[in-house]
Design a protein. Structure first.
Length: 209
């Protein structure tokens, strides 16, 4: 009898390829030289954090962004640059995800925002007509809807309670070490997907805790 029954997956860097430098370069082209001081994979400024937990709307975000940068950028220019980091969903990872769902209860937990959310869902449906990303999971948790974000342990506890999961029967997979530590603080087993590795490198034995 297997101990692990549930898998919670990160999205960006795990199922969806990301390149943060593309967003940094896009904003630099608009005249923002220090974008990486405002946002990175590992630490968000208060403005970006507010967007990620739904405390500000996209329109409020655009206004705050223009004030912070002092640049008269259009909403469209900000959206295009902000979404530049979002790349593709490799089909083989989706097949892996389908196979995973035959053995485990599978969930998604992503730090994201409504701007990225709209963009990657549209990109997914263009790449895989007739399919919906959320249908690959028993439930998908997005930070801007949940009102909480990784790496805070309380956010993981909320998901465990909402989904009726036991921490010791659950594995969380993420590419950011801070998020891994947050999951472990909540009692969840965790796998850190290090650079150069993908979910395809995860063996069945890796899920045995």
């Amino acid at each position: 009898m297997q101990k692990i029954k549930n898998i919670i997956l990160d999205l960006g860097g795990v199922l969806l390829n990301l390149n943060f430098k593309k967003t940094e370069e896009a904003f630099r082209a608009l005249g923002i030289e220090d974008f990486n001081t405002h946002f990175s994979q590992f630490q968000a400024s208060p403005l970006f954090e507010d967007l990620e937990v739904g405390r500000v709307s996209p329109l409020e975000f655009f206004e705050h962004f223009r004030r912070e940068t002092g640049l008269a950028l259009t909403d469209e220019a900000i959206i295009e640059s902000w979404n530049a980091m979002l790349l593709d969903f490799p089909p083989e990872r989706l097949q892996w995800l389908e196979d995973l769902g035959k053995k485990y209860r599978v969930f998604l937990y992503s730090n994201t925002n409504s701007i990225h959310y709209d963009s990657f869902h549209e990109a997914f449906e263009r790449s895989f007509p007739g399919k919906n990303l959320n249908n690959y999971f028993e439930k998908a948790y997005y930070s801007h809807i949940l009102g909480k974000r990784k790496p805070f342990a309380d956010s993981f506890r909320i998901i465990l309670e909402d989904a009726g999961l036991l921490a010791e029967e659950t594995v969380f997979i993420d590419d950011t070490i801070g998020n891994i530590e947050g999951a472990r603080e909540a009692g969840i087993n965790a796998i850190h997907l290090v650079p150069g590795k993908t979910v395809l490198d995860i063996k069945e034995s890796d899920l045995a805790f």
